[in-house]
Design a binder for this molecule. Sequence first.
Ligand SMILES: [Zn+2]
Ligand SMILES: [Zn+2]
Length: 438
Amino acid sequence: MTDSFSPRSSVHSPQQARPSRCGLWIARPGDRRPAPALVTGGPGRRAGVDCGLILVFLFTTGCAVLPSPYHPAKMMVTTSVAVPDDGYEDYVGVLHIHTTYSHDADGTFEDVIRVANAQRLDYVIVTEHNTLQPLRDGKQGWHGATLALIGMEISARAGHYLALNVTQEIDRSKLTTQQVIDEVNRQGGFGFIAHPYFKKRRWTDWTVTGFTGTEIYNAAHDTLDENHLRLALWTLTVPSEPFYWSIIDRPYDPLRTWDALIAQRGRVVGIGASDAHEVHVLGLKFAPYEVMFQLVRTHVLIPSKTLTPEAIYDALRRGHAYPAIELTAEAKGFSFLARDAERVVGVMGDEVALTPELRLLVSVPTSAELTLFKDGQAVASTVNTSWEIPVTVPAVYRLEASRHGKPWIFSNPIYVRPAAPSANRTQQTTDNVKTTPQ
Ligand SMILES: [Zn+2]
Ligand SMILES: [Zn+2]
């Protein structure tokens, strides 16, 4: 447990937790050598094929690329800002994970723990399809320095729903999607709409209420939405760096929908989901946890040096959380907070009152392209490690950080309200967060 609180480097070493050079969808245990090119099917078949045609095919399908160096945006250096202590600890974890308890994954719960320990994750949340069997099997709890929590992914009529802090399975066949959400809440749980734009399982009913939030980045969605032939060929032929970078896209549709939901409902929490389904075929590992657990993580902010399930759930309900794509740089140390004069008045997920000296403060562990969104619109950007922004208008403010043109960090919003919330309103908001998440 001590390890979970120790400081970490902000940037991965190139070798860390990379199972093989051939990347995301394939990994041989213990093998760090480049994968052989399997795509052409063997020497006999290759002999009669024009190499030029192969190259044309590979380049046009995207199965081969020239190494693409990073192209950072032009630096706009501004004065560095000292970020005050907000009183929160930053815990990092991976949520939405499948194992052999689900019908479509071959990685075991023990594999998840092994990788989570190796990557020094503070927590993982395993969410099998429609079952809480791991909970009954006593899997929830500390495993080394990682706290494992058990939720489930419910296949509701309108799409998949990530249910957390629930204790009983739900007979979804008899229930509408709204009834599923209500039943999760009745159990004292809460939930998130999963991969809302994944082609095979889009979310189809946006009239539902009572959910806490939505996945704004789902790593499985981002990868599986690629052309499958292209994906397989890329996997087997392209070195890891351009491959990894090629598949990461800013999740435009989930983000746009998130902003719209916030505008409509006041507050909605965004999380990042791995949705890892490690699959084993002929001794090869596809979508290995080693990679999927770096593709996206969700950090939670907790005002304590003791990590508990309740604290993680509370942070997720309140939006004291931020997803980060940590393939090349860890995000720990990121902060997005509101300051009134010298006093910290809120962190991401909080509602704060507009005051004459209100400032938003951003800090990232390494220089990044920072973009401020106000009510869903990008309104300002810079490239730096920190940023101070005066606030003059009540609105919903959130921040995105990207590196070399690829998304890196998505903050939850700070909700700047026109007037100071009264004691009653603060209490009411807290109660809402605990009982009827919006
Ligand atoms: Zn799903
Ligand atoms: Zn899933």
